[in-house]
Every structure is written in C-alpha cells, then in structure tokens.
Write a protein that binds this ligand. Structure first.
Ligand SMILES: O=C[C@H](O)COP(=O)(O)O
Length: 250
C-alpha cells in the first residue's frame, strides 16, 4: 500500500515570520497518518527543519542543481539541501520548465543527483491548456514522464506529480474524470517501463488549485496518492484540512 503524501510548495513566499505557520502545521498534523512535506524557500530550509524536528512534517526543497558541486553561482546542490535538513526536492515544476527552459533531460539529471544525495525526487509533469485543447494531454505527459524519470527509479526515490499547467494558481481544477484519465495513464506508463512491483510503489500526486473544498473528491480518484499544493499550503489553517481529507481517503 502506498503511503499518502500531502506536499506543500511555498514557491517564492515566506520569510522567517512564516515559520510560525510551520509550527502551527506541525501541531495540527501531530496525529496525521499521511506523510506531510513542506517545501519552503531555500533561505528557510535549515530553520524550517529545526521547527519540524520530532514532528510529522518533513521539509523539502523546490529545486537543485544537477552538479554535485562547483562554479555554479547562486545554485544549490542536492547534498547542500540534504545537509540543511531536506528529505525531498521538487523537480521539473512547470514554473521552472517555463521560466528557466528546463528540459526533461535536465530534470532527469537533477533527479539522479538528488537521489544520490538521499533526497526523494518529486518530479512534475503536466500539459498546457493549448496541449489539452489540442487533445495532446496524454502524449505530453507520457513524454515528460519518459524523459524525466531516471532508469533506477523506485517507490522510495521518486514521486510523480501531475500538475496541469492551466490549473496552477488559477482556481480551475480538471474534472475528476480528467484527473483519473491522466493518473491511470501515468500508472500504466510506469508499469510498462519499470514493471508492476516498482511502478505500483511510486506515488502519484495531483497538483493544481487543490483546496480544502475540493480535496475529498480529488483524493477519491484512483491512483491519486496525495497532492502537491501551492497557495493552500502557506497557512496551516488551509493545509491541515487537506491533510485530514487525505487521511480520511486512506
Ligand atoms: O506546486 C504546486 C502547484 O504549482 C499548485 O499550486 P496551486 O495549489 O497554488 O495551484
């Protein structure tokens, strides 16, 4: 049975005062059955890990460099993130694929480095509205999945997050039928490439305007093992109900 995962991506939000929210979340989630992960800005990683020590909340990062060290001004290595207390790292987020021209090959190289440093790689895939309207959703997601996952992927090293670009930050959410179609296809693609045992251990998250109000119906969809949440993860009062809905879906 795959353990459920509620992951929060704070994106470029939060200074030291935001650590109070993290403490509130740690308290709210003290009885959570699902794995809970918060990915704050890198500037808060170390302190966030200290706030959440001995709690049910793990801390993650939002990106890493594909190199292990060197002349990469402004970048952070996976080892540095692990050293700061991160247990996972989000890779290939559509905002990085778009803003930084990140290719599947770049994401795959970063994932290999992250896994080697002991981090779980949360690899994002998702179509644009143009892709969906052109009927290309499954083609796009299959290609990103194939190109972004390392060959030695396992259920403990990789999590896949399906995030339709047009649902991120917009309040628009695919229908449960649309989510089910993609998550079923993701699972089938994983089985085809890695075999059933490995594929069935890989958790599939949905991300894109997840809120307390829609979490229950999203978590009821087959092959949805949790969520990657942006805006609704910034406040404990918004994110804790999503964790509770995930626990109730188990
Ligand atoms: O990483 C999180 C996703 O981009 C979803 O963000 P959102 O919940 O604000 O739509």
């Amino acid at each position: 049975m795959r353990r459920k995962l509620a992951a929060g991506n704070w994106k470029m939000n939060g200074t030291a005062s935001a650590l109070t929210e993290l403490g509130n979340l740690a308290y709210s989630c003290k009885s959570a059955k699902a794995e809970v992960l918060i990915c704050p800005p890198a500037t808060l990683l170390y302190r966030a890990a200290n706030v959440c020590v001995d709690s049910k909340v793990n801390i993650g990062a939002q990106d890493c460099h594909s190199a292990t060290y060197g002349a990469h001004t402004g970048d952070l290595s996976a080892e540095m993130l692990h050293d700061a207390g991160a247990t996972a790292v989000i890779l290939g987020h559509s905002e990085r694929r778009a803003d930084h021209g990140e290719s599947d090959e770049t994401v795959r190289a970063k994932a290999k480095t992250a896994i080697a440093a002991g981090l779980t790689a949360i690899i994002c895939v998702g179509e644009t509205l143009e892709d969906r309207e052109a009927g290309k959703t499954l083609d796009v997601v299959r290609a990103q999945l194939a190109g972004s996952l390392p060959d030695d992927t396992s259920g403990t090293t990789v999590v896949v997050a399906y995030e339709p670009v047009w649902a991120i930050g917009t309040g628009k959410v695919p229908t449960v039928e649309q989510i089910a179609e993609v998550h079923n296809d993701l699972r089938a693609s994983l089985v085809k490439r890695f075999g059933g045992e490995t594929a069935n251990a890989i958790r599939l998250l949905y991300g894109g305007s997840v809120k307390a109000s829609n979490a229950k119906e999203i978590f009821a969809v087959a092959h949805v093992d949790g969520a990657l949440v942006g805006g609704a993860s910034l406040k404990a009062a918004d994110f804790a109900p999503i964790v509770a809905a995930l626990d109730a879906s188990a």
